[in-house]
Design a protein around this ligand. Structure first.
Ligand code: GLP
Length: 286
């Protein structure tokens, strides 16, 4: 496309020059539903793994990424994607759930994605919420991410209160992996995974901090449903504030927020975001 200059640089620098992204805090992509979002995110991961087979993926739990994981499994089974040399780092983990508890995030990630594709044994890691030394486990986790060269593409969901990973409102924008106390809002939201009983949802977790997440080279956040509409509005159009932790993403040079029509319903600039995405040059990808 004339007038557009494709700039190939590594990592963070790549996103800024000559792209529409530089004109907005995050790129918002509005799609009709979860399947359309999943296809776009899987395209991006397929491209990443083709270019860099030993890429480091940031894996999120929650319902938002599930359609993406299903699409990745389909593409893996079709011989289009291999994770054999890739590595994965989870965002967070509950403290104190028994090792075999089905909602322990390590087990969720194993069930939803890791065991369904060809990750090498041990290639997917999470913070150890059952360690005798939780602070040491947080330090070890930061060191492991750094030793792997950092996360290339981080998949994210968002809580109704604007949290990402388990960085609840009030989290330091400079935070690293640490122990957090969950809000009653988050425990209520997550009670559906514990037979609807909020008392069974742990009170504590280990979570990558906001600065840890910001170190990833590409942030890809998925949100669907009207319950996420206010958080998505704040994330993309509100002031940066620890009260809506996801707003820190406005400082990231390459952040993509994929939403369905319902999650986009509070956006002031929704029509503009649709127009930008419909007319963006195909080579830009997400
Ligand atoms: C939990 C997870 C987050 C996730 C959020 C939203 O709190 N720690 O990583 O983004 O739930 O979950 P869902 O996608 O199910 O709405």
């Amino acid at each position: 496309m004339s007038g557009w200059k494709r700039v190939r640089l590594d990592g963070r620098a790549r996103a800024w020059p000559g792209t529409e992204r530089e004109g907005r805090v995050v790129e918002v992509v509005i799609q009709h539903g979860a399947a359309d979002i999943a296809a776009l995110v899987a395209d991006e991961i397929e491209k990443l793994l083709a270019a860099k087979p030993d890429a480091v993926l940031g894996l999120a739990t929650g319902s938002s990424p599930l359609a993406v994981y299903d699409e990745l499994v389909r593409r893996h089974e079709a011989g289009r994607i291999s994770f054999a040399r890739a590595r994965g780092f989870m965002l967070d983990e509950y403290v104190g759930l028994p090792d075999d508890h089905p909602e322990r995030y390590r087990n969720v990630i194993e069930r939803e994605i890791a065991s369904r594709v060809d990750f090498a044994p041990g290639a997917v890691q999470g913070p150890d919420g059952n360690s005798d030394d939780l602070l040491g486990a947080c330090e070890d986790y930061e060191a492991a991410i750094a030793a792997a060269g950092g996360v290339d593409l981080q998949i994210l969901g968002i809580g109704t209160d604007g949290h990402i990973a388990f960085n609840e409102p009030g989290s330091s924008l400079a935070s690293r992996t640490r122990i957090k106390t969950l809000t009653s809002q988050t425990r209520t939201d997550n009670a559906r995974f514990f037979d609807g009983d909020v008392e069974r949802v742990p009170r504590h977790c280990l979570t990558q901090g906001l600065a840890t997440i910001m170190s990833a080279r590409h942030l890809v956040l998925i949100a669907t449903g009207t319950g996420k509409a206010e958080a998505v509005h704040q994330l993309t159009e509100g002031p940066v504030s620890a009260m809506w932790p996801a707003t820190v993403m406005q400082h990231h040079p390459h952040a993509t927020v994929l939403v369905d029509d319902a999650a986009a319903s509070r956006l002031q600039l929704g029509a503009y975001y649709r127009e930008v995405f419909a007319t963006k040059p195909a080579w830009q990808g997400l």
